[in-house]
Design a protein around this ligand. Structure first.
Ligand SMILES: *[C@@H]1O[C@H](CO)[C@@H](O)[C@H](O)[C@H]1NC(C)=O
Ligand SMILES: *[C@@H]1O[C@H](CO)[C@@H](O)[C@H](O)[C@H]1NC(C)=O
Ligand SMILES: *[C@@H]1O[C@H](CO)[C@@H](O)[C@H](O)[C@H]1NC(C)=O
Ligand SMILES: *[C@@H]1O[C@H](CO)[C@@H](O)[C@H](O)[C@H]1NC(C)=O
Ligand SMILES: *[C@@H]1O[C@H](CO)[C@@H](O)[C@H](O)[C@H]1NC(C)=O
Ligand SMILES: *[C@@H]1O[C@H](CO)[C@@H](O)[C@H](O)[C@H]1NC(C)=O
Ligand SMILES: *[C@@H]1O[C@H](CO)[C@@H](O)[C@H](O)[C@H]1NC(C)=O
Ligand SMILES: *[C@@H]1O[C@H](CO)[C@@H](O)[C@H](O)[C@H]1NC(C)=O
Ligand SMILES: *[C@@H]1O[C@H](CO)[C@@H](O)[C@H](O)[C@H]1NC(C)=O
Length: 561
């Protein structure tokens, strides 16, 4: 049972409350939050369904902290599902037990149980987010995690007058866990969402009082920082505001060289901070999020829309509209991604590894594997290097920390088992291997990882997310990565640093990182339709020397399986 009994939790809360009432020039070092995970009847798109939420909110509560703060988030599971929460993008230095992916760093918090996520925010500032990391519960269990700079440290750009969180997501009218369980059992395609949403609302629907559309009030002449999060399960998105350009200043909680753009491109898992100047004086302007697909599938969709509303303008006044980018606007997506460069200032240097200890090439794609319960006898599978990941029965971090054998192998191949023209003609055999195989790294070793899409079944975009460490995106291209020619074009000076990168459809991305965080770190596609069928693997980073370079012992209330 959890040792953090209610009374000691209460004592801690009172202690922190008192500490945080001290004058505001003293940074409140410990931040305490309580997440009651509950079922809440929620009405969207004019229909009500019971949805799993945190504290009854969709999107969930925003967590605010300063860099260097310690966070304690007590999660109380009051629903019938197993649950975990992931703090997306937090490096979790030596504190992998608080990372959250189910069966990777912890067993699930079972119905009726509680768990206190305990971690410190080190050397990160900007917008990140949190979400459930089991099944597809993150559809409604997610929220923003805002990390302000240390007290007294300014942003490296003009301070905005005000800030707002903008969460882009997807909404299903039906119960999502039921949908995916039957799709998996029968081997049928996953149902696409019924709507995209901006801060929980899809768009103003005139005959539907529950759907007013999100409205963002602005004062003429002021500057606003939008903290944009793509919490959608399966869609890369474009985001724009009629009549206004946006200045991008930060992505995935790392500062970038500011640049102006009319359209933001953001993949699931990513965050983008951008400055909006309310410089038009008056009016209502459309804010829109619409999907990007290099190869659009023929499915109807309606963009999520909201309104930027200038004070003094009648809310009934007409809204200035904007063209939406075509769904396959690849040049627009590419131009946006190519504009991202690390700030790389003296204070915020880009520490790109210049030497490489492990040079890896991982192919990604889709296949088919036999399935006894499936209507057609097989079901879609997805892979890194032809291996579809199988989740173990106990957590990998447990197995690693306590030397429990038989849970995983550390023989994940550094290169594809069969070399062929990955983006050209495909092998006729579409089967994949299944396994729980990890790639082992020594503490502080450096990695260059080329993520290569294949055209198996179909080429597709894959937003790849690494837990525990950020990477630098040093190169990107279409077709097959060429190990002779492409490295000479790598940006090793000011490449963007992030935790999630969109690999282009039929192309590749090269990233570099330093394995300076001991533990077990999940890497996976952030399209849930791909994650669920195996587009996942993990790195195991060994301890270095001494306690400061070793995984901490697990907390006493860590859930067991
Ligand atoms: C949700 O609504 C249904 C039908 O109105 C009701 O039976 C149920 O008790 C409600 N659940 C909650 C958690 O409020
Ligand atoms: C949080 O973790 C730190 C470091 O392991 C530990 O010292 C502290 O006691 C923990 N706090 C709680 C409330 O568990
Ligand atoms: C709202 O109007 C649309 C179009 O007339 C109609 O299809 C829809 O059923 C209406 N919704 C409600 C909740 O009345
Ligand atoms: C696991 O094995 C390593 C290396 O042999 C050892 O240092 C460590 O103490 C072992 N851990 C446990 C919990 O037995
Ligand atoms: C790989 O396939 C693509 C698409 O068919 C083709 O354009 C390319 O020339 C092929 N590359 C090689 C090395 O054969
Ligand atoms: C993937 O693994 C399966 C099962 O071993 C094998 O049949 C298939 O040829 C492999 N495909 C590739 C592209 O490596
Ligand atoms: C990791 O390696 C780099 C480069 O050799 C070195 O500068 C750094 O001090 C090392 N970090 C640790 C924590 O050992
Ligand atoms: C470990 O880190 C702490 C805090 O940074 C420091 O005070 C201590 O000297 C370090 N210990 C070792 C053995 O490096
Ligand atoms: C929750 O997880 C535990 C441990 O893995 C498992 O035994 C149990 O069946 C799961 N319960 C549900 C409701 O999925």
């Amino acid at each position: 049972m959890a040792p953090s009994s209610s009374s000691s939790w209460l004592r801690l809360r009172v202690l922190v409350l008192v500490a945080c009432l001290l004058p505001s020039f003293i940074q409140c070092k410990i931040r305490i939050y309580k997440f009651n995970v509950m079922v809440t009847n929620t009405t969207r798109l004019c229909s009500t369904k019971p949805a799993v939420t945190v504290n009854g909110l969709f999107p969930g509560p925003t967590i605010f902290a300063n860099e260097d703060d310690h966070l304690l988030v007590k999660v109380v599971n009051q629903v019938q599902y197993n649950l975990t929460i992931h703090w997306h993008g937090i490096k979790q230095l030596r504190s992998g037990w608080a990372d959250g992916p189910a069966f990777i760093t912890q067993c699930p918090i079972q119905p009726g149980q509680t768990y206190v996520y305990n971690f410190t925010i080190t050397d990160q500032r900007g917008t990140l987010w949190w979400h459930a990391h089991i099944g597809w519960l993150r559809a409604t269990v997610h929220g923003a995690l805002v990390i302000l700079p240390k007290l007294g440290v300014p942003y490296p750009f003009p301070h905005p007058d005000s800030e707002v969180v903008i969460i882009l997501a997807e909404w299903w009218k039906s119960d999502i866990e039921t949908l995916i369980n039957s799709a998996m059992k029968e081997g049928l395609p996953f149902q696409v969402s019924d709507a995209y949403t901006i801060n929980g609302q899809s768009r103003p629907i005139s005959n539907c009082s529950s759907e007013g559309g999100f409205s963002f009030p602005v004062e003429p002449g002021k500057k606003y920082m939008l903290r944009i999060i793509n919490a959608a399960l399966n869609e890369e998105l474009f985001f724009k505001i009629a009549g206004h350009s946006l200045t991008v200043v930060e992505v995935d909680a790392t500062y970038v060289k500011p640049f102006k753009t009319g359209t933001i491109f953001i993949t699931p898992g990513q965050t983008t901070n951008a400055i909006l100047e309310a410089d038009l004086g008056t009016g209502n302007y459309l804010m829109a999020a619409s999907p990007f697909m290099a190869e659009p599938v023929p499915i109807d969709y309606t963009a999520a829309t909201a309104t930027v509303h200038y004070s003094g303008t009648q809310s009934s006044a007409a809204t200035t509209l904007t063209d939406l980018p075509p769904r396959n606007a690849t040049p627009l997506a590419t131009a946006f991604v190519d504009s991202l460069k690390s700030l790389n200032s003296q204070r915020y240097p880009a520490r790109v590894p210049l030497t490489v200890d492990h040079s890896l090439l991982f192919t990604m794609g889709l296949g088919f594997n036999p399935c006894a319960t499936c209507i057609h006898g097989s079901r879609i599978a997805a892979y890194f290097n032809n291996i579809s990941f199988i989740r173990p029965e106990i957590s990998l971090l447990n197995a690693h920390f306590f030397n429990i054998s038989g849970v995983f192998a550390d023989d994940f191949p550094g290169n594809p088992p069969i070399r062929y023209n990955y983006t050209g003609e495909q092998p006729t055999n579409l089967r994949t291997m299944e396994g729980t195989r990890l790639y082992r790294l020594a503490f502080n070793s450096t990695v260059q990882l080329v993520l290569q899409d294949t055209a198996m079944i179909t080429p597709e975009n894959h937003p790849i997310h690494l837990h525990g460490m950020n990477f630098f995106v040093v190169g990107r291209g279409l077709g097959n990565f060429d190990p002779e020619k492409d490295p000479s074009n790598f940006n090793l000076v000011d490449p963007v640093e992030r935790n999630t990168v969109g690999v282009p459809s039929g192309g590749w991305v090269a990233v570099r990182f330093r394995a300076d965080n001991p533990g077990v770190w999940f890497m996976h596609c952030h399209l849930e339709s791909h994650t669920l069928v195996g587009l996942e693997m993990a790195f195991v980073v060994d301890n270095g020397q001494g306690p400061n370079q070793s995984v901490r012992p697990p907390p006493r209330d860590l859930p067991s399986c």
